[in-house]
Design a protein. Sequence first.
Length: 218
Amino acid sequence: MKFFVDTADVKEIRELNELGLVDGVTTNPSLILKSGGNIADVTKEICSIVEGPVSAEVVATEYAQMMKEAEVLAAIADNVCIKVPLTLDGLRACKTIRTEMERMVNVTLCFSANQALLAAKAGASFISPFVGRLDDTGLDGMELISEIRQIYDNFDFDTEILVASVRTVNHIKEAALIGADVITAPPAALRALVKHPLTDKGLEAFLADWAKTGQKIG
Ligand code: G3P
């Protein structure tokens, strides 16, 4: 399973990348706002750090303008993955970007299995179902991931399931158990994966015993 980091914070991306935790990056207009930077500059810098796909989102809602924005974003770097919303215009743009521009496309704001089916038929490289936002409404976001997994497997669709709106380490574990291809998580959720109280307690005990030996390694 691939780990993408869901942020436009270049410092965080650099640090997580050095830890080997970054197979790609996802951004969106809200994350660009939070970064305080210009989308072209921020995306370019991220692409210089990370080799994998870096999703940058169009903000137009109409096909022709989406395509113009896609050209601009694609020119930033070869690993820019164009992110489009799950609308009819977005799906049309997805198909064109995949076939004519031969670029990766991430179809975002997916909240149903039928929407995911449409994205696969449009040739999406990634589908982004938002599990946290579904949980917020009282539904079960991970149930959607299971449904999409089954549908994509039924028909051998190549579209990768990119679990988004991840809020907790349990989302990541569930996504792995279901067999999602990718998760994109905020930096804090990725860092939290390493935590276990018994690891801390065990390390503390080992270090205390080691100090009593009076030895040094090297
Ligand atoms: O990847 C999508 C993500 O940025 C949305 O997350 O927490 O705003 O629902 P959230």
